[in-house]
Design a protein around this ligand. Structure first.
Ligand SMILES: [Zn+2]
Length: 302
C-alpha cells in the first residue's frame, strides 16, 4: 500500500469539467488530452508498484520545492539503501532518438525526458541535503505504454522500455530492503512538503456564463443527464446516481470553477439545470452544508 496516494489534481478536475462544458481550442484540447494520458500512465505504473511485496515506502506524485525551484516526481520509492525516483511516460507510437534529442514522428522535437529526470534527481538531492539526509538517489524513466517504440534507442540503464518492465519490477521486488524509523520520518517530511497547489497550472480563460450548465455524469462526464425521482440518469452510458450525491458533486465542481461565487439555492439551481425544483436543491444544501445568514441573502459553506 502506498504511503501517499495519487489523487486527481484540481487542475485535471477543472480541465475535465471545462472539456465537458465548453468548446476548447485545438491547442487546449491537445494539452488536456495529454494531461489525461499522462495521468492514465501514472495509474498504470501504480498498479505495478502496488504489487511490490518488500519493505519499502511508496510516495505517489510529489510536488516539491527546493531553493525556490519547483519540481514534480511521479513516483518516489524509499528503500533501505537508495531512493528511486520514477518519471513515467505514457508515450504511444513511434519516436526517434537522435543526438541526445527525442523526436515524435521523426521530426517534431519534444522535451527530452532524460533531461527532465536528471533535473528531478539533482533537485531532489539538494532537498535531501537541506533535510540532512544522506542516501544515494537513483532515477528511472519508465515508458509504460506497450505501443511505444523508440528508434535508435540509447543504451541507458535509466530507461525502462515496455518490454523490460516486468523484469524490472521483479528486480525491484527482490531488492533487499528493511526501512526503519528514519526512513519513515523522511517520508513524512516529504509528504508535509508536498505542495497541493501547483503554480504551473495552465487553464483556458472562461467567464461565469461560458461553461454549459447541467449535472455531468459521474462515469462518462457527459452533460446528457436527466432526473427521475431521486436519481440522476445518464442518457449516454445509462449509469444511475443518487440525486443528492450528484448535486453535491456539482456543488464541488461549481466551487472549483468559480471559487469567488457564493453557493446559494439559486446559483446551484441554475448550475444543475436539470433538477426540477428549488426546494429539492435547498433541502440537499441544508442537509450537507452549513447555512450562513437568513432569507434571500443566505448562502452555504462546507
Ligand atoms: Zn454517462
Amino acid at each position: 500500500m502506498a504511503f501517499k496516494d495519487r489523487i486527481v489534481s484540481d487542475e485535471l478536475k477543472k480541465w475535465r469539467s471545462l472539456h465537458a462544458r465548453m468548446v476548447l481550442t485545438e491547442e487546449e484540447r491537445k494539452y488536456y488530452l495529454n494531461k489525461e494520458k499522462g495521468f492514465e500512465g501514472e495509474l498504470r505504473f501504480d498498479e505495478l508498484t502496488e504489487k511490490l511485496t518488500g519493505d519499502q515506502i511508496i510516495l505517489n506524485d510529489l510536488l516539491l520545492e527546493v531553493n525556490g525551484v519547483t519540481f514534480q516526481i511521479d513516483t518516489t520509492i524509499i528503500f533501505q539503501d537508495t531512493i528511486d525516483l520514477f518519471e513515467v511516460k505514457n508515450y504511444e507510437g513511434d519516436y526517434l532518438f537522435k543526438q541526445n534529442r527525442f523526436y515524435i514522428n521523426s521530426e517534431l522535437e519534444i522535451l527530452n525526458p532524460l533531461d527532465q529526470l536528471k533535473r528531478c534527481q539533482t533537485l531532489f538531492r539538494q532537498l535531501l541535503q537541506n533535510l540532512s539526509f544522506k542516501i544515494p538517489v537513483e532515477g528511472r524513466l519508465i515508458f509504460i505504454n506497450p505501443e511505444f517504440t523508440l528508434y535508435n534507442a540509447p543504451e541507458n540503464k535509466s530507461i525502462i522500455f515496455p518490454t523490460q518492465i516486468n523484469r524490472f519490477m521483479k528486480k525491484l521486488n527482490s531488492k533487499p530492503s528493511k526501512v526503519n524509523g528514519t526512513h519513515k520520518k523522511l517520508a513524512e517530511q516529504l509528504v508535509s512538503l508536498h505542495q497541493t497547489n501547483s503554480k504551473i497550472n495552465m487553464l483556458p480563460n472562461y467567464e461565469y456564463h461560458q461553461p454549459q450548465m447541467g449535472i455531468s455524469c459521474a462515469s462518462c462526464h457527459s452533460l446528457m443527464t436527466s432526473v427521475k425521482g431521486t436519481k440522476l440518469i445518464c442518457n449516454v452510458c445509462e449509469v444511475e446516481e443518487k440525486l443528492e450525491s450528484a448535486v453535491m458533486r456539482s456543488v464541488w465542481e461549481f466551487k472549483l470553477l468559480f471559487p469567488d461565487k457564493e453557493i446559494t439555492t439559486n446559483s446551484i439551481f441554475d448550475w444543475c439545470k436539470v433538477v426540477p425544483s428549488k426546494p429539492i436543491i435547498r433541502r440537499i444544501l441544508q442537509k450537507n452544508m452549513k447555512s450562513i445568514g437568513i432569507g434571500q441573502w443566505s448562502y452555504y459553506e462546507f
